[in-house]
Design a protein around this ligand. Structure first.
Ligand code: MTE
Ligand code: MOS
Length: 756
């Protein structure tokens, strides 16, 4: 079944923030942001901007009616800089003008006197200075010290992982409209309408019931709008409050790249110990997360790094420690995988390190250590593992030895092109690790003409959640999906929402919608029982717009039933609540059962490296993935393909460059390379896991939003294997593997190039 948005998408009729018709009298905001990454803010001069054409006012921290604070987890993030600037791109003043051009022009006229302070951009330096966002977090299983003493082989190393720009096609933005009696309606491009509502309330001093946040859809979020929509919504709301006029701000691409946080770069140390049979018996990892200038979601991202630090492997003795380090970069934030990929990469690097020294393939070590049922994760939960099943099914369909053999044969006959193959098993926990967030609500109205309106807390951002919500209602009401309309995510219809994140939106909101629809259906069945003279309501069902009795179609249509129920004063609406059962986690002991279930899969990635130029192509990504009982194959395969390409981009070409002064140099699409149609894998072939276990998720489907991104990690290791085929070297673990770095590693050793 097609994504319900596809028709309006391809016709350019879908409505994003910038498509909302503006109200007459709307003003435009533009931020003056800090030109330096760290300094004492001595004074701000707004006089020239104030004189500029069309300018209505210039707002600085002192003008705010509420608090100058938008930090959601830790209150360490001023909306507008005050006293000090902490990163290049930090908002300092808001210029409000009659037109967008006038606002942007005037913002350039604001100046600030900033006394330079030394910026810190390296998380290890920040940690050494004691600059931690929160106290370190640690997972311990077994006893690593004792276990290392017993190991046959021990390897230690270091991994550098760079961040990643979200590059959602729709930039950040918001539109605030004053409503009567001092309220504000905010249209925001956010994954977290309630987070926006809270931030807006804090900076305006308004109570939550006076602030309405509405989200039609996003042109992509990828985690970048889980918390980071808050600033822009707060900026326009503050301006609307002070001017009493609607105010809009839609960021230009370069503003967005400069001012918003990204995937967290990490610097990590590992130590891995194996026995003679290549069983990993001890693993120690230390993660230094580059959090940027304020907390944002960093502690939660850090936690997921720990949760996924052993990926799909059972390791009986683990100590993993993680530091969230405050630096002078924009506050880094959620990004598809939410710290999980950074944890998984390090264990994969450790395994590759061991394999290269022991003369076996990494796949050999990976396969021998896959989780089996009952294995304990370092955080206490016991595995219900499909790690081996997905590996086997991938191997049956795409025999790994044959893929490896093809590469070896090719390499034997080719001097300047080399192929590399790598395997990536994944294990990704589904649920917010912060247990209270695992709840959702849905509001379903059936109208007297039989059509259905659904509102949930889920935000549509391209991942197809609205299609899945419509499918839930259409399935339960036995009707065509065209009779269901999924409406915007709105804090008046659905309050206290969790953000659309953690891949859990369809799971949580789907279950809430299911409950609402079933409640309405059951009410209607009591009416129908009368009308069709059924013995019990259990005899009734709905299909194709009609009521069925004992499997036989009756003359009673859905539409007639609904109309009759309304005449009998039966409610045709329901607001329902769902909370994931059976999950818990206690940070005091760092143990619990945080995940409702895990998603498993295995992918084989093959690349060809041009060993003269350092360029490469990804030949294929093949494997087996657990979709559960997929609700929508078209949508889920879209997530697979998008996730894989985004993961490969992070691993291979997307290179964020901050200079020593903390200024972003890769600040535009001319200097920041993302995968295009030429760099996607030539073939992506992922088969669904057969005999998938059931889950608590909606209709036994499984979350699919984030896990596929991590297959991209094998892209790095496949390139590494191709380099090894060329020169036998072991490059340092430093991502992304840009063509430039590949080239340097192809010729890094002292040996002259042979020319036989
Ligand atoms: N797919 C598209 N097209 N656009 C997005 O912004 N975000 C990803 C993923 N897939 C995203 C996407 C992220 S980070 C998450 S957490 C999930 O979708 C969220 O949606 P879900 O919970 O409905 O899977
Ligand atoms: Mo996704 S990183 O959880 O928004």
């Amino acid at each position: 079944m097609k994504n319900i948005d596809s028709y309006s998408h391809v016709r350019g009729e879908s409505v994003y923030l910038d498509d909302i018709p503006v109200i007459r009298g709307t003003l435009y905001a533009c931020v003056f942001d800090s030109p330096v990454a760290h300094g004492g803010l001595k004074s701000i001069d707004t006089s020239a901007a104030e004189q500029s054409d069309g300018v209505v006012c210039v707002i600085t921290a002192k003008d705010l009616v509420g608090e100058n604070q938008i930090g959601g987890v830790v209150p360490d993030e001023p909306l507008l800089a005050e006293g000090e600037v902490h990163f290049q791109g930090q908002p300092v003043a808001i210029v409000v003008a009659e037109s967008d051009d006038q606002a942007r022009k005037a913002a350039k006229l604001v100046t600030a006197e900033i006394e330079p302070l030394t910026p810190v951009t390296d998380p290890r330096v920040a940690a050494a200075n004691g600059e931690l966002i929160v106290p370190p977090k640690k997972f311990v299983l077994g006893d690593v010290t004792a276990a290392f003493a017993r190991c046959e082989y021990v390897f230690e190393g270091r991994v550098e992982l760079n961040g990643q720009e979200h590059l959602y096609i729709e930039t950040q933005g918001a539109y605030a409209i004053p409503t009567e009696q001092g309220g504000i309606r905010v249209h925001s491009s956010t994954q977290g309408p309630t987070a926006v509502q809270r931030a807006v309330c804090r900076v305006t001093g308004l109570p939550m019931h006076k602030v309405e946040v509405d989200v039609q859809r996003l042109g992509g979020g990828f985690g970048g709008k889980e918390d980071q929509g808050n600033a822009w919504a707060s900026i326009v709301s503050v301006a609307a409050q002070l001017t009493k006029r609607p105010v809009k701000y839609s960021l230009h691409r370069m503003e967005d790249m400069r001012m918003t946080g990204k995937r967290h770069p990490y610097s990590s140390d590992y130590k891995i110990g194996l026995d003679r049979d290549l069983k990993i018996i001890a693993y120690e990892a230390v993660f230094y997360q580059n959090a940027g200038a304020s907390c944002d979601l960093s502690p939660a991202v850090l936690e997921r790094t720990l949760f996924h630090c052993t990926n799909s492997y059972f390791i009986p003795n683990v100590t993993a420690t993680a530091y969230s380090c405050r630096t002078n970069l924009p506050p880094n934030t959620a990004f598809r995988g939410f710290g999980g990929p950074q944890g998984m990469f390090v264990i994969e690097a450790a395994i590759a390190h061991a394999a290269e020294n022991l003369g076996v393939t990494a796949a050999e070590i990976q396969r021998r250590n896959l989780l089996v049922d009952g294995d304990e994760f370092p955080y206490g939960q016991l595995a219900e593992s499909d790690a081996a099943a997905s590996w086997q099914q991938a191997d049956e369909k795409f025999p790994l030895t044959r893929l490896q053999q093809e590469a070896d044969e090719f390499n034997a006959g080719s001097k300047y092109f080399k192929k590399g193959v790598a395997v990536m098993p994944i294990c990704f926990g589904i649920s917010f690790t912060n247990t209270p967030m695992n709840q959702a609500r849905s509001l379903v109205h059936v109208y007297t003409d039989g059509s259905v309106a659904v509102s949930t807390a889920a935000v549509e951002m391209g991942q197809g959640v609205n299609t899945k919500m419509a499918q839930v209602a259409a399935t339960i009401f036995g009707m065509d999906i065209g009779n269901v309309k999924v409406h915007s995510t709105n804090t008046l219809r659905i309050a206290n929402t969790s953000p659309t994140a953690a891949s859990a939106a369809a799971d949580l909101n789907g279950r809430a919608t299911q409950i609402a629809c079933e409640t309405i259906r059951d009410r209607l069945f009591t009416v129908a029982k009368d009308l069709v003279e059924a013995a019990t309501v259990e005899d009734l069902s709905l299909k194709d717009g009609f009521v069925y009795r004992s499997g036989e179609r009756t003359a009673l249509s859905w539409r007639a039933l609904v109309a009759e129920a309304h005449l009998r004063r039966v409610s045709l609406s329901e607001h329902s609540h769902y909370a994931t059962p059976g999950i818990n986690f206690d940070w005091a002991t760092a143990k619990g059962h945080p995940f409702s279930y895990h998603v498993y899969g295995t992918a084989f990635v093959g690349v060809t490296v041009d060993c003269l130029r350092g360029r490469y192509v990804v030949d294929y990504v093949k494997g087996c993935h657990d979709f559960g009982n997929s609700m929508n194959k078209a949508v889920d395969y879209g997530q697979i393909e998008g996730g894989i390409v985004q993961g490969l981009g992070w691993m291979t070409m997307e290179e964020l460059v901050y200079d020593a002064e903390g200024r972003l140099r890769s600040n535009a699409l001319s200097t920041y390379k993302v995968p295009d149609i030429h760099s996607v894998p030539k073939e992506i072939d992922i088969v669904p896991l057969a005999d998938a276990r059931s889950s608590l998720a909606i209709f036994n489907s499984k979350a699919v939003g984030e896990p596929p991104l991590m297959y991209g990690i094998a892209g790095y290791f496949a390139i590494r294997n191709a380099i090894r085929a060329f020169n036998g070297s072991s490059p340092t673990f430093d991502c992304p593997f840009t063509p430039e770095k590949v080239l340097m590693n192809l010729y890094s050793d002292d040996r002259p190039m042979s020319d036989e």
